[in-house]
Design a protein around this ligand. Structure first.
Ligand SMILES: Cc1cc2nc3c(=O)[nH]c(=O)nc-3n(C[C@H](O)[C@H](O)[C@H](O)COP(=O)(O)OP(=O)(O)OC[C@H]3O[C@@H](n4cnc5c(N)ncnc54)[C@H](O)[C@@H]3O)c2cc1C
Length: 443
């Protein structure tokens, strides 16, 4: 191992997992986070978003030796529960097998667990309330600002890994380099967290083992279960327009809109008004950039390299998968970081580009199509084809969510499957038409 000391920026999901993987591989890791230690500050818990963890994320957590405690925090969701405007329910399983489940977990709880696991390693040092304000890519070294005192601190390292999220400080320094490409696109829709509290005795007031969706064409709400019997709901609404955040500006309008569009949910949301007006409206951004690395001295991963919109439930899963792939590459290259970073970027970039497109397309599917009979029929047909020809036909959602087939390959394979199915259906149609015509002529 030639380069031994690594600074990881951001103790979010990717940063803490990367610190665990590097620490376990024997590196000296300095994990720098601008926020205070979230284990001491439990206040934002009720406002934390929930994540759906699936195969890619679970694999990376297992590689880091933390899968079991994470699963103990999670609730399995075996399919989508669709709520129509009258409150009628339809359950759409994710697949026929028990492992076809995704796992709902609070992002804040998961983050606390990963930070605690990193903190247990002797060679991982965590600096909270240290915001990265500058990076010298040549040395490399990072300048940190200590929140309470404002004191600067310079940390030198063999390499800096930027896991500091969609608005990465490391990336903004790399952007000043020549030939750095950067794209940032916001959706016209934002999101807001709401709550369905537990019922009497901590019971869930809806089916706990499902991801609940209220698809309304153009907008939607989802709800994910928590272990304490509550659900974290996320409202995805446009910023503008009659069903938009700007228009719903007082209690009366909010109640009216919920009465007409989410009546069954409204009955379960006693704190709707407070939640809606107190919780901030978040925006949804897609970020693409290139290169992700500066020789063997700096590398971006997770949201800092490729933030995606959340509609495939893959942002954190992809960030975790990044960590496992990078750890593999470092191991393969025997600690030569320049080669490992280069291989990681070359092999990974096109797949997360594919994911960003899939995630955007899935928003339209979730909010506009999941309620339609054609969607339900298509899903059943896909599952039948998968059951009959399991090695040949695998639905795209299954490949993305329940396998580790690289995203771009999953998308290509799904397109090829769709072409063959269209051809088969077309041939069947022509065959049937010929039969009918033959029968008519013969008669
Ligand atoms: C509404 C919503 C729902 C989602 N649902 C899912 C889901 O179901 N499944 C899924 O897989 N993903 C989901 N995601 C995406 C997921 O949350 C992100 O992809 C994931 O958090 C990315 O992890 P990260 O570690 O790269 O970035 P982050 O989690 O953003 O962590 C970055 C860390 O860096 C710190 N930081 C930032 N700047 C600095 C600085 N200058 N110096 C030091 N520290 C800094 C931050 O404080 C933070 O702790 C969802 C996202 C949203 C918004």
């Amino acid at each position: 191992m030639s380069e031994r000391h690594i600074v990881v920026l951001g103790a979010g999901l990717a940063g803490s997992l990367m610190a665990i993987l590097l620490g376990r591989a024997g590196y000296e890791v300095e994990l720098c986070e601008r926020r205070a230690d979230p284990r001491e500050d439990r206040a934002p818990e009720g406002r934390s978003i929930n994540l759906a963890l699936s195969t890619r994320g679970l694999y990376a957590l297992e590689r880091a030796g933390v899968l079991e405690p994470v699963l103990a925090l999670a609730t399995p969701m075996r399919g989508r529960m669709i709520h129509d405007e009258q409150g009628a329910l339809t359950f759409q399983p994710y697949g026929p097998l028990p492992e076809h489940a995704i796992h709902s977990v609070s992002r804040a709880e998961l983050n606390r667990l990963l930070i605690a696991a990193a903190d247990q390693l002797e060679n991982v040092r965590i600096r909270f309330e240290h915001k990265c304000v500058e990076v010298d890519l040549e040395r490399p070294a990072v300048t940190l600002e200590h929140g309470p005192s404002g004191e600067p601190l310079v940390a030198e390292a063999d390499a800096v890994i930027g896991a500091d999220g969609a608005f990465s400080a490391l990336r903004s320094v790399m952007q000043r380099q020549e030939r750095f490409s950067f794209e940032q696109a916001y959706l016209d829709h934002g999101y807001k967290e709401l709550t369905i509290p537990p019922g009497p005795g901590g019971q869930h007031r809806m089916e706990p083992n499902a991801l609940h969706i209220w698809p309304r064409g153009g907008f939607m709400m989802i709800a994910l279960p928590n272990l304490d019997g509550s659900f974290t709901c996320t409202l995805f609404w446009p910023f503008e327009g009659p069903h938009g955040f700007a228009a719903v500006s007082d209690e009366r309008k909010l109640r009216q809109l919920f009465e007409s569009t989410f009546p069954d949910a409204l009955a379960l949301m006693p704190t709707l008004i407070e939640d809606y007006f107190q919780n901030r409206t978040g925006s949804l951004v897609t970020i693409r950039c290139r290169p992700w690395r500066c020789e063997g001295k700096a590398l971006l991963l997770g949201d800092s390299a490729h933030a995606v919109v959340p509609f495939y439930g893959q942002g954190a899963n992809a960030a975790f998968e990044d960590c496992a792939l990078l750890a593999d590459a470092i191991e393969r290259h025997d600690g030569r970081l320049e080669q490992a970073f280069a291989e990681f970027e070359t092999q990974r970039k096109r797949h997360v580009d594919a994911l960003s497109e899939l995630a955007l397309a899935n928003y339209v599917e979730m909010r506009d199509h999941t309620a339609s009979r054609w969607f339900v029929f298509r899903k059943k047909l896909e599952q039948l084809a998968h059951f009959l020809l399991p090695s040949w036909y695998v639905p795209l959602y299954t490949m993305v969510t329940f396998t580790r087939i690289p995203y771009g390959e999953a998308r290509r394979r799904a397109a090829r499957q769709a072409r063959v199915v269209r051809w088969a259906l077309g041939s069947l149609g022509v065959g049937l038409a010929a039969l009918i015509l033959g029968a008519l002529v013969w008669r």
